[in-house]
Design a protein around this ligand. Sequence first.
Ligand SMILES: Cc1ncc(COP(=O)(O)O)c(C=O)c1O
Length: 372
Amino acid sequence: MKKLKKNSSKIFVWSYLEGYKKNKKNILDIVDRVFESGNLILSKEVSNFEKNFATFTNNSYGIGVNSGTDALQIALMSIGVKKDDEIITVSNTAVPTVSAIVSCNARPIFVDINKDDYLINTALIEEQINKKTKAIIPVNLYGQSANYDEIKKISKKYNLKIIEDCAQSSGALYKKKPSGSFGDLSAFSFYPTKNLGGYGDGGMIVTKNYKYAQLSMKLRKYGMSKLYYSEKHGINSRLDEVHAAILNFQLTKLKSNIIKRRKIAKIYNENLKKNNLILPIENKNNYHSYYAYVVRHPQRSRIINYLLKNNIFCNISYPFPIHSMKGYTNFIKKRNDLKVTEKLSKEIFSLPIYPELTSEKLEKVIKIINKF
Ligand SMILES: Cc1ncc(COP(=O)(O)O)c(C=O)c1O
């Protein structure tokens, strides 16, 4: 009890506990229903969720897997990525965007990002394309889609595949079309912090292409399409029934939760504009889902420490661009000019945002920042 009280004065950048309290009965009923069903892995709940989520993203097929990382890797394997193929992406992203490429023995080629929306700078993509280039992975970072008009044009011109990294963009729109509807395949994460977050790990590949769907389905199960017989080297990446059933329930709340996130973002925008933080922008073609509310300031650590002293917890995504990490430098063939990425990694940080963030807590964050 004491611990709960102590925690209630803290403002976390994200929390699932309030959402769980609100939906506890529904969730526990779902858990019980699944446990009583006699099926725990890749059964009816998974296929229901696959159908619903494929429809939600304007796709024909959904393939539930164990994580967003696996969704990316299987998507890459499904388009036939092989050793030394080059995949164009960004360095300002979560490690898994790039670890999935490296797991396929391919090479990440980094392109710099825009300085206003922090997304892939499409004007810099063409100069990186050569015979080895196989695909582009645009990352819909922080809940906002990349510029798919341009990306589609380029992919068509050079016959490249697009794999959308939608780990952070469930429910976002680009030109009124859902995130995940622009790629040949798109990869989603249902990690608990995500807009469509589960109660454990989970991910999904969505596609309109029958051949890719069939292949992804095999690859998530050791390359098997019949029991105990592998037709192609694959991996083990299954989605659990209990997670799929809870995610199906969470999906019914996704749109309203994004409206709540957007309201919080609007309140931040209106009340923080007078100080010298650089606030996030919503591009004119986008419906931002505000997975994260990312601001910029050259004195980031001073602000974060000051907020921490006031029990407000921020996040930095991401403090280290992938190309600067020891774990990845060996896989980088050419160190492109990534000035914007590097500068931003020293300045960006995220303020608390999640659907159940109370107006009282939100006001406190704003008041403390404005006092700084
Ligand atoms: C941009 C991005 N890509 C991929 C992933 C991987 O998702 P997961 O954590 O479910 O493997 C994440 C999540 O951390 C992410 O933020």
